[in-house]
Write a protein that binds this ligand. Structure first.
Ligand code: GLC
Ligand code: CA
Length: 549
């Protein structure tokens, strides 16, 4: 049966729950807070919500270390509040997807507790290895977050593998019992009415047999010993066949180090096992593979990443479009300009919202939130940031080291959403669990609601426009002037409708260039971030032109 693929017409809003909105005054964001803001999310034109993890968790990686997959943490409101949110979402005609984190669990998950004591059937739920006779670790793998990927467990007397934090032991997906557990989790939420999943680092779940040593720089080689491992497609196909195919849902896979050709093996609409993919190239126009290796922003690199995915998935698979999420610093100060805050915030919106795919907004992006810049490294909460701070740039001055963190840390984008000018930005009536960005009096939802020219209202207009134009879903994508270092220009074309999107990424005025074959006399400017249009583009000016038959 042909699937309806309703997700293609949607726009999603990502909630990182701890910092979204506190509803009970304990200082931590929660589902009561989400309930208060459902109408706000809908007012943006978003019709889907992705929740970063809200399950019980010790919080070693802000919820990505799960201690129980079939419950909602009490601090977020428990199952009762969740059911209310789910109902509230559905009565508004919206959808809700959960984060599925099954590459690893928390070390406080019951499975791990039992596995370390060799209690069956949990004995082989994780990846355990004895110490080597020479006292060396089982292999040379590094974790993504905290030093080596192996930690000794006194109880079991063996090492366990953790590709992320020490408190995030990797599951042994080669064990069929573990795969059955994953299916149980999927069914549990789907039966409750959840509409799909964002699957955390899902391409890591199948490790190469024998766990061979990594090359010197595994990241340059795509981490071949565990990324896109030998059984990955088989396991994903099994989840699809046994569970996902039986529900009207969709899946979004997070995939570090993947390029379109490889992505198609996962998300080709005919042969794939998943529906969409979170790729990282769009985040690498100002860094090398990771935010921790920053480089100067290159517009051409950004454009290349965008266009590459647009061209190569066209007609075969569907793009997931995003500029921000909880794993990267805010986009505006990186790809845009704080000096032209409002203009560049809008241009960034236009640069991705009219591509083909399903756009995601990350909380606070819609008001142009900026990076948080703590004066003291001890203020950082994130496990990855803390490790990196302690282990890199040691020869540099404390100021430089701190500035590097502002640019690289995930915490830069994890401060509470700035709702208004009142204390703690209206995020909580209590003491916030995390620092509020001191700029909240200048950047907040309430003020932007009052200002018809705000970034917030611009997002609303852009999303509404996107939804009103079939060419955004169906049209062919074409990039123009790819060599330009100042402008990003692309068009979308179908039989009766044509769209031309022009974005300046320059702090100076630049010459307006119109690609050949676009008859400007018959064009209508349907969206722009300056009140009138002239023959040149002002700093960070953007325009969207429409032709209709
Ligand atoms: C993904 C998540 C990130 C998390 C990591 C480990 O990359 O997006 O937040 O820390 O996986 O679960
Ligand atoms: Ca709370």
């Amino acid at each position: 049966m042909e699937r309806n693929r309703w997700y293609k017409d949607m726009v999603f809003y990502q909630i990182w729950p701890r910092s979204f909105k506190d509803g009970n005054g304990d200082g931590m964001g929660d589902l009561w807070g989400v309930l208060e803001k459902l109408d706000y999310i809908k007012s943006l034109g978003c019709d889907g919500i992705w929740f970063s993890p809200i399950y019980p968790s010790p919080g070693a990686d802000c919820g990505y270390d799960i201690a129980n997959y079939m419950d909602i943490a009490p601090e977020f409101g428990g199952m009762e509040a969740f059911r209310q949110v789910l109902e509230g979402v559905h009565t508004r005609g919206m959808k809700l997807i959960m984060d599925l984190v099954v590459n690893h669990t928390s070390d406080e998950h019951e499975w791990f507790e039992k596995s370390r004591q060799r209690v069956d059937p949990y004995t082989d739920y994780y990846i355990w290895r004895p110490a080597k006779p020479n006292g060396k670790l089982p292999n040379n793998w590094d974790s993504n977050f905290e030093g080596k990927a192996w930690t000794w467990d006194e109880v079991r007397g063996e090492y366990y593998l953790h590709l992320f934090a020490v408190k995030q032991p990797d599951l042994n997906m080669d064990n069929p019992l573990v795969r059955e557990e994953v299916k149980k989790i999927l069914r549990f939420w789907l039966d409750m009415g959840v509409d799909g999943f964002r699957e955390d680092v899902i391409t890591y779940i199948s490790k190469k047999e024998g766990l061979p040593d990594d090359h010197l720089f595994p990241i340059y080689k795509g981490m071949p010993n565990y990324n896109h491992g030998p059984h990955i497609h088989e396991y994903l196909a099994e989840f699809k066949r046994d569970v996902l195919d039986h529900y009207d849902c969709f899946t979004l896979a997070e995939a570090p180090l993947v390029w379109p050709k490889r992505a198609l093996k996962y998300i080709d609409e005919e042969k794939g096992q998943l529906d969409m993919m979170i790729q990282f190239q769009c985040q690498c126009a100002d860094c090398l593979f990771t935010d921790y290796l920053p480089t100067k922003f290159s517009l051409r690199r950004m454009k290349k990443a965008f266009s590459n995915w647009q061209y190569k998935l066209a007609g075969k698979a569907w793009n997931m479009l995003y500029l921000e999420n909880h794993d990267h610093p805010r986009i505006l100060p990186r790809y845009g300009s704080e000096r032209f805050w409002k203009e560049s915030g809008k241009t960034l919106a236009v640069s991705y919202l009219f591509q083909q795919g399903t756009p995601f907004l990350y909380q606070g992006q819609e008001i142009g939130m900026l990076n948080w810049k703590p004066e003291d490294p001890d203020m950082y909460e994130d496990v990855q940031t803390r490790y990196n701070y302690a282990h890199s740039n040691l020869k540099k001055s404390p100021e430089v080291r701190l500035q590097k963190m502002w640019r690289s840390s995930r915490d830069s984008a994890r401060t509470p959403v700035q709702w208004d000018r009142t204390e703690h930005a209206g995020f909580t009536t209590g003491e916030p669990w995390f620092y509020v960005n001191p700029n909240y009096k200048e950047i907040n939802v309430a003020d932007e609601e009052q200002d018809p020219d705000s970034i917030l209202h611009f997002y609303r207009k852009a999303i509404a426009l996107r939804k009103s134009l079939p060419v955004v879903r169906h049209g062919t994508y074409q990039e123009h002037f790819p060599l330009s270092r100042k402008q990003y220009v692309y068009s979308r074309t179908m039989k009766d409708q044509k769209l031309l999107v022009i974005c300046s990424f320059s702090e100076k005025s630049t010459k307006l260039r119109i690609p050949r074959g676009f008859d400007m006399k018959n064009a209508t400017c349907v969206l722009a971030n300056y009140p009138s249009q002239t023959d040149s583009l002002r700093p960070y000016e953007c325009r969207v032109y429409l032709w209709e038959k």
